[in-house]
Design a protein around this ligand. Structure first.
Ligand code: SF4
Length: 339
C-alpha cells in the first residue's frame, strides 16, 4: 500500500491545502521559460505546443525558443506561409495545432488590432483555444482566476478525491472542473495552477505516485492512487502498412506534397499501392505511430514510373528546408546514407 485511505479531502480544508501546495511549489517548482514570462502570446504558444507533446521534447530540442524567435508576436505568424509554418512545427506532430495557432494569430491581428485579447471569453473564442487553454492563458499570463483541468490535473484530482469513475466521461469531466474551481486560489491563480500541474508532473505521476514526498498527502483520500484515474477504453490501435518509393536523379529525389489531411502541405516520399511495389527492391523499413495507427513504412527503390500529381524533384542538399513528417525524413536519410 502506498498510503492509507483518508476520510478527508482538500475541500474540507481548502485554505490549508492551497497553502501547502504553494509553499511546496515556491520551494521546488521547476523553472520553465513559460513560467518566466507574463507575455500572453508566449504562454499561448507554450500551451498549444504542450497539448500533445511532452515538456522534455518542447524544451530539449529547442522548439519553443526557435518558434518564438521566428514568430515573436501574432503579427509574424499571421502572415506566415504554409511551408514556413510546417517547417517551424516539424517534429512536434499534430500539425493541425500549428494551423490553428496561425488562425488565432490572424484573429488577434484582424479582430483585436494586434493586441492580445484581455478577457477570458475573448481568449476562449480564439480558434483552437478550448476551456483548458483559455484558463491557462488567463491565469498564467494575467494572473486572473480560472480553473484548469488537463491530463495531469485530472490524475491529481481523481486521486485527491478518490474518484473511481471513468474520467473521460462527460459527467466526470464536469465534476473535475467543479473540483478544480472549488480548490482554485482566487488570489494567486497563476501560482496555484502552476503548482497543481507541477504536482502531477513530479509527484502525482502516472502509474505509481511518490506519495511519501507529496506536499498534500494529508489531504489525499485515495488508498490506491496507482489504480487512478480510470478511463473508458478508447479505440483500439490498428496496424497498417505504407509503401513509398525512393527515386533519385543525380542530386535530386522525388517527393510528394500532401494535398490534404493532418499533414497537408508536408513533403514525403511518393506513396504507391502494394501491387505497384510488389516487384521492387525493399530498401528500408521503419515503424512509427500516428493517432490510433501503428504504421510500418516500407521504402522501395523506384523502377520505371511516372511522377504523379503534386510530385516534384528536390535537391538533396536542400531537404532540410522542407517540412517533412519525422518518420519520412528518417527513412529518407537512412536510404541516402545506405547508398
Ligand atoms: S502523490 Fe500521492 S498523496 Fe499526493 S496527491 Fe498524488 S496520490 Fe495523493
Amino acid at each position: 500500500m502506498l498510503k492509507p485511505r483518508l476520510e478527508t479531502d482538500p475541500l474540507d480544508h481548502p485554505g490549508d491545502f492551497r497553502r501547502a501546495l504553494r509553499e511546496w511549489f515556491r520551494r521546488e517548482g521547476r523553472d520553465y521559460p513559460w513560467r518566466r514570462t507574463r507575455e500572453p502570446w508566449a504562454i499561448l504558444v507554450s500551451e498549444v505546443m504542450l497539448q500533445q507533446t511532452q515538456v522534455a521534447t518542447v524544451l530539449k530540442r529547442g522548439f519553443y525558443r526557435r518558434f518564438l524567435e521566428a514568430f515573436p508576436s501574432p503579427a509574424e505568424l499571421a502572415c506566415c506561409d504554409d511551408d514556413t509554418l510546417l517547417k517551424a512545427w516539424e517534429g512536434l506532430g499534430y500539425y493541425r495545432r500549428a494551423r490553428q495557432l496561425r488562425e488565432a494569430a490572424r484573429v488577434i491581428e484582424e479582430d483585436h488590432g494586434g493586441r492580445f485579447p484581455a478577457t477570458l471569453e475573448a481568449i476562449h473564442a480564439l480558434p483552437g483555444v478550448g476551456r483548458y487553454t483559455a484558463g491557462a492563458v488567463w491565469s498564467f499570463a494575467f494572473d486572473r482566476p480560472a480553473p484548469i483541468v488537463d491530463g495531469n490535473i485530472t490524475r491529481v484530482l481523481a486521486r485527491l478525491m478518490d474518484f473511481t469513475g471513468e474520467v473521460n466521461r462527460p459527467a466526470a469531466q464536469r465534476q473535475l472542473w467543479d473540483w478544480a474551481g472549488a480548490l482554485l486560489d482566487r488570489r494567486r491563480p497563476r501560482l496555484h495552477n502552476s503548482a497543481l500541474m507541477e504536482l502531477g508532473q513530479t509527484r502525482c505521476r502516472p502509474g505509481v505516485p511518490d506519495c511519501l514526498a507529496c506536499p498534500v498527502a494529508r489531504f489525499c483520500r485515495s488508498g490506491e492512487p496507482q489504480s487512478l484515474p480510470r478511463k473508458a477504453a478508447g479505440p483500439a490501435t490498428t496496424a497498417i502498412d505504407e509503401h513509398v518509393v525512393f527515386a533519385r536523379r543525380g542530386g535530386r529525389v522525388l517527393l510528394h506534397k500532401l494535398p490534404e489531411g493532418r499533414r497537408s502541405g508536408m513533403w514525403r516520399l511518393p506513396v504507391r499501392q502494394p501491387a505497384e511495389v510488389a516487384a521492387l527492391e525493399l530498401l528500408h523499413r521503419r515503424k512509427y505511430g500516428i493517432t490510433r495507427y501503428r504504421v510500418t513504412l516500407h521504402v522501395h527503390r523506384a523502377g520505371r514510373f511516372k511522377a504523379g500529381a503534386d510530385e516534384r524533384w528536390h535537391p538533396i542538399d536542400e531537404l532540410d528546408k522542407l517540412a517533412m513528417p519525422p518518420a519520412d525524413r528518417a527513412a529518407l536519410m537512412a536510404v541516402l546514407g545506405g547508398e
